[in-house]
Design a protein around this ligand. Sequence first.
Ligand code: PGA
Length: 250
Amino acid sequence: MPRKALIAANWKMYKTPAEAKAFVDAFLPLVAGHDRDEIALFPSPVLLPTVINAAKGSNVAVGAQNIHFAEEGAYTGETSVGQLLAVGGTHTLIGHSERRQYFAETDEIVNKKLHTALKHQVIPIVCIGEVLAEREAGQTAEVLKTQITGALAGITAEAAAPIVIAYEPVWAIGTGKTATPEMAAEAHSIIRGEVAKLLGADVAAAIRILYGGSVKPDNATALLSKEEIDGALVGGASLKPDSFSAIVKY
Ligand code: PGA
């Protein structure tokens, strides 16, 4: 079975509800009938009901940028997986490098969040990737192995099917510096190899690995035509309907 690509929009801390609604209204006609790839939008929590309602019945899924690992509790400022499901969200990002960098998320926290998402049938996109100093020191493979091993701790092959991984080299995020398709494909092979060791060859062959980091309409085709690259996680270029739809339709 070929892996169906997933093209995901990470809106980060951008857009008001009115802007989010205007995006969806303009975007849906641009991707109507597109079923070669799955499409998902990841807005801020406050935008979720607006975006989910606007996208209802379409080919566009909606998820959170982050969830807490606890099911509920005294965690001021956090969003639970139950809250996400209650408003109709189906996916969540986990361990984005900005969460790791600015909110002290560790591989251990990422792992707890992954367990919670899977338990509640929310589709998780687990983000991993090296920083520039690690790449320059030749540590990329080691860093990716450590992150993927940490993220997947205690996950069984039976439970792993919904997991999506996003390889996002931190030095490529929001910088305009994209990994070359060859660099990305090499990292994806390392990740897939590690998943094979941890969860077996079948899971590794089926798991989708997205690339993220300065994906734009003009580099999407080169990246996404690599067999190893099963979709994209797009930040800046996902904020406008025309540029995000151009990536979807690479
Ligand atoms: P970028 O962000 O496309 O703006 O580099 C990607 C991401 O952070 O997921």
